[in-house]
Design a binder for this molecule. Structure first.
Ligand SMILES: [Zn+2]
Ligand SMILES: [Zn+2]
Ligand SMILES: [Zn+2]
Length: 151
């Protein structure tokens, strides 16, 4: 696994012009998986104090459209972005604090992309993504709930 992805190369491969805001946003998304727009905006501002909120929005939209990053939006949450793309992984979201973790799809195989289709009504559908969200309680929240309910 390469530890430092070459962001400029990634942009070029996606046919996007290499600009400082694009590099900074890409780097922020890599550094903060599942971060929302506000967190990415603050991270980008550290290196580029003059960047506007709108510029960050635009870059996030361009990077998502090109497939360099992935946008997810669990219900009740704002949009979040991640650099882990192309493996059809899923997410588990804590109902209490909203923390998000990755859940792998079967490695090397993506069974979710082959839905059961007993009556053939999906014939001709070209399916490329299965968005699965598991809901539950993260370890921290379930621990604090258990301790609270104890006398
Ligand atoms: Zn939690
Ligand atoms: Zn993820
Ligand atoms: Zn899956």
């Amino acid at each position: 696994m390469s530890s430092t992805p070459d962001y400029a190369d990634q942009l070029r491969l996606a046919d996007l012009r290499v600009t400082r805001p694009r590099l900074a946003v890409l780097e922020a998304v890599y550094a903060h998986p599942h971060a929302d727009t506000e967190s990415i905006f603050s991270a980008v501002r550290v290196g580029l104090p003059d960047v506007s909120r709108q510029a960050v929005y635009d870059v996030l939209a361009a990077l998502s459209a090109s497939g360099l990053i992935r946008r997810i939006q669990p219900s009740g949450s704002v949009s979040r972005y991640e650099s882990r793309v192309g493996d059809n992984h899923h997410h588990v979201v804590c109902r209490s604090c909203g923390v998000i973790a990755d859940v792998d799809c079967a490695v090397g195989d993506t069974p979710c992309l082959t839905p059961s289709d007993p009556d053939g009504s999906l014939d001709g559908f070209d399916i490329d993504e299965a968005e699965v969200i598991y809901w539950g309680m993260c370890p921290d929240c379930s621990a604090s709930q258990t301790s609270r309910s104890r006398p």
